[in-house]
Design a protein around this ligand. Structure first.
Ligand code: BG6
Length: 461
């Protein structure tokens, strides 16, 4: 009775921090095309996609989005979103067609043109050095990531690129989703190079990848302009407490540390967690203390690619004290079956990662969804499911930043529809629809939605 109205404006939009960095992302093999141009070498993905039975719609990325020739138009699309940053990847086989040895200057020229165009349009370039397109020559010569020669070759390539672009590129991601390309490519045989290694060898390859990251960080710091920032972009095993009681949050935290021990954990702690070594037993990787020191050098930031959640519940009566829950068949997913809907994952993953590893700078280096996008009779693409997905995920991201979780930026995957690896062109993740016959790009409704969020730095009205 007679109480004053609450001071909170219930309709206030949920704002992001003042300097929050909005961006979008792509990767080289998925969009560039021009696979035989200007001296580019073959990558393991060229070989894999050309192997019958590997890609759902029997396509390859030989042409893809023809971005190699249309990059100016595509930078225009980025600009139209109002974002301040763009995460793209550099194709190692364009720079070193043979993996090592003589560089191909024309390869670097392309990225120089792209970087200059971005900067001219006021967009900050964030470069990823490895988004899965390993030079085939390295796979053939030394067995790819099965050998630490590849870790060293990666560092040489990283140092070479950093020296030449760091006058303009201030932020460099080393590897994209090491967990994915190792498990899918070297463990289960469904991504390039299509190997099914026994667990011990897979763990050893994992170690070489982690070492590649560490050596690359060293090389970048040795060759880049001072102030260049570097870190990984990893698809963290994202553990969400099924309900947020302190006990379940603790369970999700323990699970996050343990499940990421083989990559993110060793990169951020400089050691393999005891539980990981004990669990791996005779399959544990072989390593030296010196290698762990290199792998564990401090990163300037950590990129987290966030898509689907996994739900965890405390199980204090059993080891290890938590349990992962299976998804009921009726659990909703997006147009990609693996993409189970769980907006809270983008809140919990950075919150738990920041706590476990004491992080001060996190980027969401990828987040987004595929959708069954069609051009309507009026020429528009009404991707309401993508908008629903983004609205819910961004609300949870805003919640994280409002609580002080140190997420500094967000790169929406993806700028435009592209070659979705084993799905070929069947899955569409873009804010822009691409007609792969004509190469026509059409902004989807989600592009307008995202632009509103970016321009107002807030979600909600
Ligand atoms: C991420 C990758 O795993 O998810 C992207 O970094 C990829 O390159 C995206 O396009 C979607 O994955 P998928 O397997 O559905 O193509």
């Amino acid at each position: 009775q007679g109480e004053p109205a609450p001071a909170v404006d219930r309709h206030a939009p949920a704002s992001f921090p003042k300097d929050f960095l909005w961006g979008t992302a792509t990767s080289a093999y998925q969009i560039e095309g021009a696979v035989n141009e200007d001296g580019r070498g073959r990558s393991i993905w060229d070989t894999f996609a050309h192997t019958p039975g590997t890609i759902a719609d029997h396509t390859t990325a030989d042409r893809a989005n023809d971005h190699y020739h249309r990059y100016k138009e595509d930078v225009g699309l980025i600009k139209a979103l109002g974002v301040k940053a763009y995460r793209f990847s550099i194709a190692w086989p364009r720079i070193f067609p043979d993996g090592t040895g003589a560089p191909n200057p024309k390869g670097l020229d392309f990225y120089n043109r792209l970087i200059d165009e971005l900067l001219a349009k006021g967009i900050e370039p964030y470069a990823t050095l490895y988004h899965w397109d390993l030079p085939q020559a390295l796979e053939d010569r030394v067995g790819g990531w099965r050998s630490s020669d590849t870790s060293k070759a990666f560092a040489d390539y990283a140092g070479y690129v950093a020296e030449r672009v760091s006058d303009r590129v201030k932020n460099i991601f080393t590897l994209n989703e090491a967990g994915r390309f190792l498990n899918f490519g070297y463990g289960w045989g469904i991504d390039a190079p299509g190997l099914k290694l026994p667990t011990g060898e897979l763990n050893q390859a994992r170690h070489h990848v982690a070492l590649g990251h560490g050596l690359a960080v060293q090389a970048i710091r040795a060759h880049a302009r001072p102030g260049t920032k570097v870190g990984p972009a990893e698809n963290i095993a994202a553990c969400v407490p099924v309900f947020d009681t302190p006990e379940n949050v603790r369970a999700a935290e323990m699970a996050t540390r343990e499940l990421n021990a083989g990559l993110l954990g060793v990169m951020l702690e400089g050691k393999y967690a005891d539980g990981f070594l004990a669990y791996s037993g005779k399959d544990a990787p072989k390593f030296t203390p010196e290698e762990l020191k290199i792998i564990g050098a401090k990163n300037d930031f950590v990129g987290l690619n966030i898509y689907a959640p996994q739900f965890y519940i405390a199980a204090s009566d059993q080891k290890p004290g938590w349990k992962v829950l299976p998804f009921p068949a009726s659990f909703p997913h997006m147009n990609s079956e693996w993409l189970r809907v769980g907006p809270e994952v983008i809140y919990w993953a950075p919150r738990l990662a920041a706590k476990i590893w004491n992080l001060d700078t996190i980027y969401i280096s990828e987040n987004g969804t595929s959708s069954e996008d069609k051009i309507a009779a009026d020429g528009q693409v009404y991707d309401l499911d993508r908008i629903m997905f983004l609205r819910n995920y961004l609300r949870q991201l805003q919640r994280a930043t409002a609580e002080g979780v140190p997420v500094r930026g967000y790169f929406l995957w993806s700028l435009m529809d592209n070659f979705e690896w084993i799905f070929g062109f069947e899955k569409r993740f873009g804010l822009y629809h691409v007609d792969f016959e004509t190469q026509k790009r059409t902004a989807k409704l989600s592009a307008a939605f995202y632009r509103e969020v970016v321009v107002r730095n807030a979600i909600g009205a």
